[in-house]
Design a protein around this ligand. Structure first.
Ligand code: EPU
Length: 422
């Protein structure tokens, strides 16, 4: 498996362009199942998760051409509404085919994703939504088997805001008979982006991006194929913003980022003493002096994103004083902490709260993480560490960051991919 080798200490200078949002592209690829025609997605990142979704759509019976940044899902009717464990276990977002399959074909058999590195991540809220719409749900041998004649519009109140749960139920509601009201929805920009695409297809959805979404269901055949360019990846943008803040003298322009989707991060970075300014669709990050400690607690959007927690925590190792970083979304999302401790970080971990004391001089080490954002945080740590850091099991990084070593290298980082490292 490849590794990424970083030599720390160099400020980053220059421009980096953000790719399309992985977590917007995945549900939108699944939404192509709501129509029989050929759909085209643009600005799709070249990532393993996109390949996995394409493989899943092919297994279901649709032709898919991935030629990032373009993906074409070919026209086709003969879909087998079944997602096997082999594909779902590679990527939890595969459960996003459940809503479209059920709405289109009245039946779906999709493997339960099981736990993952960051937590148990149940899908009970997705299932509760489908049941409210009239589906019967059975769990058999690790599979969800959902059946319905025709889904009917319903009132669904989620017990907690779930991003893919909101997306799954919203896609199902788009083809249900009558109106649906979804309450306590996730407000993430990716949910809003999916609604934008569904509306382009002919759906009638209001309120996406707020906690109440109204959907007026369409008849079979009324949702049409689409051509759509995916929004920029706010988490990739935020990751480069944190990377730029690690060394004094850095001056980086993150191009194609939507600052309104990154408000909580921008606020915290400014409190920490990082200069953040916007120029059109670009965000400029300058680090001209020391970093101050800041506390963060992750929360659903528009709160501080769990997907930025690891990267921001690394920045706090360079801050003067004590920062308290609390994770509230996933129960096992502090796996970067023991690796960072091996890099000389001073962090006391109590459950899901990390108390980070600094500033410390990080030192390079061989490190490894079993989750995407944790892996990115270790690369960021390597950028400021003395000596060489080797981040292993880059498999996770390749799921979510397009050409990360090339992008950081172009900013002046000393970074390379080592093919086939242990
Ligand atoms: N939850 C339930 N029941 C459900 C669904 C969720 O209890 O039926 C819980 C989860 O266990 C978690 C919380 O609700 O504690 C929020 O989870 P959510 O469902 O919102 O997460 P997700 O939809 O599975 C998406 C992103 C994640 C991101 C989270 C939170 C995609 C494909 N994935 O996951 O992205 O961390 O929202 O913002 O959109 C990543 O890109 O690295 C990543 C993990």
């Amino acid at each position: 498996m490849d590794a990424i080798r970083v030599r720390g200490g160099k400020p980053l200078v220059g421009k980096v362009k953000v790719s399309g949002a992985k977590n917007a592209a995945l549900p939108i690829l699944c939404a192509t199942l709501l129509s029989d025609g050929e759909s085209k997605l643009r600005n799709v990142p070249a990532l393993r998760d996109i390949e996995t979704t394409a493989a899943l759509l092919r297994f279901l019976g649709r032709g898919v051409n991935v030629n990032a940044p373009e993906v074409v899902v070919e026209a086709g009717k003969d879909v087998r509404p079944e997602a096997p464990y082999e594909l779902v276990k590679q990527m939890r977002a595969s459960v996003l085919v459940l809503g479209p399959l059920l709405a289109r074909f009245g039946r779906a058999k999709v493997s339960l994703p099981g736990g993952c590195a960051i937590g148990a991540r149940p899908i009970d809220q997705h299932l509760k939504g489908f049941e409210a719409m009239g589906a019967t749900i059975k769990l058999e041998r690790g599979y969800v088997i959902a059946e319905c004649g025709r889904l009917r519009g319903a009132e669904v109140c989620f017990d907690l805001p779930t991003v893919t749960g909101t997306e799954n139920v919203m896609m199902a509601a788009a083809l249900a008979k009558g109106r649906s009201t979804l309450v306590n929805c996730a407000r993430e920009p990716e949910v809003e982006e999916l609604a934008r695409v569904l509306n382009k297809m002919g759906a009638e959805i209001d309120g996406a991006g707020t906690d109440v979404i109204h959907v007026r269901g369409r008849e079979q055949g009324e949702l049409l194929p689409f051509d759509h360019a995916i929004i920029p990846d706010r988490i990739e943008a935020g990751t480069y913003m944190c990377a730029a803040a690690m060394n004094e003298g850095s001056d980086v322009i993150v191009e194609g980022a939507e600052i309104q989707d990154l408000e909580a991060l921008v606020l915290k970075m400014r409190q920490a003493g990082v200069e953040v300014s916007t120029e059109g669709q670009s965000i400029r990050i300058r680090r001209t002096g020391p970093i101050r400690s800041v506390n963060v607690t992750t929360a659903p959007h528009p709160g501080f994103p769990t997907d930025m927690q690891a990267q921001f925590l690394v920045l706090m190792t360079t801050a003067k004083g004590e920062s308290v970083v609390s994770e509230t979304i996933f129960e096992n999302r502090m796996m970067h902490v023991p690796e960072l401790q091996r890099m000389n970080a001073d962090i006391a971990l109590r459950g899901n709260t990390a108390v980070v004391s600094g500033p410390v001089k990080l030192t390079g080490a061989s490190v490894m993480a079993t989750d995407l954002r944790a892996s990115a945080s270790l690369i960021i740590a390597g950028l400021a560490a003395e000596g060489e850091t080797e981040v292993r099991r880059v498999y996770h990084l390749d799921r979510g960051y397009e050409h990360i070593e090339a992008k950081l290298g172009a900013l002046g980082a000393s970074i390379e991919r080592v093919k086939g490292a242990m």
